[in-house]
Design a protein around this ligand. Structure first.
Ligand code: MGD
Ligand code: MGD
Ligand code: SF4
Ligand code: MO
Length: 738
């Protein structure tokens, strides 16, 4: 045995921590934070050190499984694909590609294969029935970014390392380690704001660890963020505090914005938000008066009835105070693989869902509508489903209904690493790779990082003999479904996919390799086949790339490989107006599609509490959505799946402090242990998501010992009509002693 140390990036959450992995051959001995990592400097959370346990987990599936008489049994890859071909091809032939839906889950954005190859599969399949975890997450941000800045991925991040005032809503980075703002060690970076004399204000219906560590915490009624943010904008206009600074010539729609926010005085929204009018005014003034400031809103503001309104106003406030695109404000990262974008603008609603007519956004449909697209009779209903790295039975709304819908599918395929609540419905499960057995580069999160960095790690351990990598699985699935056949030559297919990438870059005037010979570029690209070859190409043609010789000391896969602790590309730099993709070339502060939702928001300002409870979620640093509960060290200890409720509320409804409550919503009911908490706003209860591991047919031996309950049995399936995003926070529930 040889003991070695290697450096890898943790792929579990958005923080992208560097890991130092000590291993004896293929056995992990220890994982700790990589102190030399250019971004994380040794920071790590409890999950990062468990990647060896995940690799060794006997429940992690390693061979394809086929469902025979209700039970999943191991099968060869050939048998699995033969069955898929035999069952799905006729469905496609008879009912068309839209009859096969695809659901892409969150871990896809944490893997190279999952970022680059599902889109190839989708293209080969040609379905419009596309659902992803984005509509239980950040879709409002894509909508507001798309409409304001012209591209749904042009997302500003708070420059937390330089700001002097951070207003944070609906985010709890002490547990989540941050989201849509990649920064290893958020806690340390927040503390640093205060250490340099700055201020952190947290708006949350719960006094989270993040809120407790901030200068100020303000309770807000769940779902009321958009109203609160509109009121702040109202104060900025009313008190003449609007100052666009250097953006002045690059903003359109200021007048429309002024009119839109006019009715939203702090007094007008105070009952609905639960925030005193004077407090709102003070925050508005602080925002305008700080040397630099950033408003940052995350999942609590997005998974809400007015998610898009809130997302819009977060960025609008950064514009109105002159803080967008300047150091210490909210800035646009520039990742090493970024490619030139066209100024095409952004539209939603190019087509609609069959049953409820929800508009598509970014080519996808709200996952809240997936069950009805399957269940509602009709010629063009969804009959088959492919899930890739997703667990929608636990993660998406109205779980009971979706669970029933999946049980009734004609055929289902899952690409996954566990036999869990969702994949137990699959006729065929194809295993994905353990994180330590695949290369890593964060396509998604380098584009959202508070500092420009690039960090690549090759696979630490090899895949077992005969096991394809996940990109090969996805390509083979594409070949099987598109009629090229399950035995199509994947190398030729992949060369074709890559060749198209090269061809469109050499043909694009915006590319650094415009006009070059595609053949030459193709041959000069390193990384073999698959995602690493694409990475080499994207980085070399990216903003810091070597341009295939044009900038010899620029970045390439080779350079990344020589830098196991990552490459620091410096603090974020102003990028406007050049980076904007709006047809007008300026920031659209008041896009029509968003403005048209303002009356609906205004009507909500009159709502008053009916005395019932509003349910919100919560995260714990040892969880990762639904799928890390099979790692013993992460779930042992005190039960975490509890209903948090204030002492006063518990007493009022007669709950014993150590008792259990029955929680019911419009669509479901469950019984859960309660936890009295001083930290939760009266009238609000909180239950974490990702639990409920007691469904028959799963094979999660550790998780099933502490199943918890699935909070999404209570979420109704209602969506924010502008973005199609699920409403997961602020759900009306009844709570009684069980
Ligand atoms: N009530 C409520 N619900 C929520 C949320 C909330 O805050 N409250 N949060 C929402 C959010 S933000 C998200 S992102 C979604 C997540 O929604 P999902 O992505 O649907 O759910 P996950 O729990 O992340 O499940 C990931 C699945 O991928 C599998 N997996 C893990 N790694 C790999 C891999 O490398 N390859 C493959 N093929 N499979 C892999 C796991 O076994 C698991 O089945 O949940 C949402 N649901
Ligand atoms: N440990 C751990 N880390 C994770 C994950 C995980 O499951 N576990 N999931 C990862 C994923 S996929 C994502 S998307 C990110 C999410 O990262 P975050 O956005 O930081 O998510 P949360 O930690 O759930 O924090 C959301 C906060 O919003 C509050 N909230 C709820 N409703 C409202 C509301 O109406 N208004 C306001 N202002 N606040 C509200 C909640 O009380 C909570 O404190 O985390 C990622 N990191
Ligand atoms: S914070 Fe996220 S990236 Fe860092 S070790 Fe934990 S799970 Fe991994
Ligand atoms: Mo997420």
């Amino acid at each position: 045995m040889t003991v070695s140390i290697d450096y890898r990036t943790c792929p579990l959450c958005e923080a992208t921590c560097g890991l130092e992995v000590t291993h004896e051959d293929e056995k992990v001995v220890r994982i700790r934070g990589d102190r030399e990592d250019v971004f994380s400097h040794g920071y790590i959370c409890p999950k990062g050190s468990t990647l060896g346990k995940l690799d060794e987990d006997p429940d992690r599936i390693r061979t394809p499984l086929i469902k025979r008489e209700g039970a999943h049994v191991p099968a060869t890859w050939d048998d699995a694909f033969e069955l898929i071909e035999a069952r799905l091809r006729p469905i496609i032939a008879e009912h068309g590609p839209n009859s096969v839906a695809v659901y892409l889950g969150n871990p896809n954005v944490h893997s190279m294969s999952g970022t680059l190859y599902p889109r190839v599969l989708l293209k080969m399949l040609g379905t419009k029935s596309i659902f992803t975890a984005a509509t239980v997450d950040q879709m409002p941000k894509h909508v507001s970014s798309g409409l304001m800045f012209g591209h749904p991925d042009l997302i500003p991040v708070p420059d937390i390392d330089r700001t002097s005032f951070l207003l944070m809503l609906g985010a709890n980075p002490y547990e989540s380690n941050g989201s849509l703002a990649t920064a290893p060690d958020w806690p340390g970076r927040l503390q640093a704001i205060r250490d340099r004399g700055g201020k952190v204000v947290v708006i949350d219906p719960r006094r989270t660890r993040t809120a407790a560590a901030a200068d100020e915490h303000v309770f807000i009624r769940p779902g009321a963020d958009a109203l609160f943010l509109f009121a702040i904008a109202n104060v900025l206009f009313a008190e003449n505090l609007v100052d666009l600074g250097s953006l002045t010539d690059n903003v359109s729609g200021l007048d429309i914005m002024a009119v839109a926010v006019e009715p939203f005085t702090p007094e007008q929204v105070a009952d609905a938000t639960g925030v005193a009018a004077e407090r709102t005014r003070e925050i508005a003034r602080a925002l305008a008066g700080s040397e630099s400031a950033a408003v940052y809103g995350r999942i609590g503001t997005h998974t809400a009835e007015f998610g898009a309104m809130a997302s819009w106003m977060v960025d609008a406030l950064n514009v109105l105070t002159g803080n967008l695109d300047r150091p210490g404000g909210a800035m646009f990262p520039e990742a090493a693989h970024e490619q030139p974008r066209e100024r095409r603008g952004f539209r939603v609603g190019r087509w609609q869902t069959r049953v409820s007519g929800h508009p598509e956004v970014r080519g996808e449909l709200p996952v809240s509508a997936m069950a009805e697209e399957i269940l509602e009779p009709g010629d063009d209903r969804v009959r088959a489903l492919i899930t890739i790295a997703g667990n929608p039975v636990l993660s998406t709304p109205s779980s009971d209904r979706l669970d029933a819908a999946l049980a009734g599918l004609d055929f289902m395929v899952s690409v996954d690493i566990y036999l869990n609540e969702t994949t137990r419905h699959a006729d065929v499960i194809l295993p994905g790779a353990s994180p330590l057995r695949r290369p890593h580069y964060d396509f998604a999160f380098n584009q959202l990082a508070v500092r420009n960095v690039a960090n690549y790690s090759p696979a630490l351990f090899p895949l077992p003999d005969g096991t394809p990598d996940e990109w090969q699985v996805l390509l083979r699935l594409g070949a099987t479904l598109s009629g090229q056949g399950r035995d199509a030559d994947l190398d030729i297919l992949d060369d074709g996919v890559f060749g198209m990438m090269v061809g469109s870059a050499t043909a694009s005037p915006a590319s650094s390799i415009h006009g070059r010979d595609p053949e030459e570029i193709f041959t000069a690209t390193a990384g073999g086949r698959g995602p690493e070859r694409m990475l080499d190409f994207l980085v070399r043609t990216g903003p810091y790339g070597d341009g295939y010789g044009a900038t010899p000391d620029g970045l390439s896969l080779q350079r990344l490989s020589e830098s196991p602790h990552g490459i620091d590309l410096g603090p974020l730099r102003p990028r406007l107006p050049d980076a904007l993709c709006t047809p007008s070339g300026v920031i659209e502060l008041a896009p029509e599609h968003l403005v048209s939702d303002v009356p609906r928001l205004l009507a909500s300002a009159g709502r008053i509490s009916n005395g019932g409870f509003l349910l919100i979620g919560r995260r714990d640093v040892r969880s990762n959505n639904s799928w890390m509960h099979n790692i013993d060290v992460l779930v042992k200890g005190k039960q975490r799946c509890t209903l948090q409720i204030s002492a006063a509320d518990a007493e009022r409804i007669g709950l014993e402090p150590t008792g259990r409550a029955k929680v019911s919503s419009e669509v479901g009911a469950l019984v859960v242990p309660i936890e009295i908490s001083d930290d939760i706003m009266p009238g609000v209860v909180s239950l974490p998501h990702g639990w409920g591991h007691d469904l028959e047919g799963s094979a999660l031996s550790v998780a099933s010992e502490r199943p918890g309950v699935n909070t999404n049995r209570l979420s109704t399936g209602a969506v924010d009509p502008v973005s199609g995003n699920a409403i997961l926070n602020g759900i009306a529930v009844e709570v009684v002693p069980a």
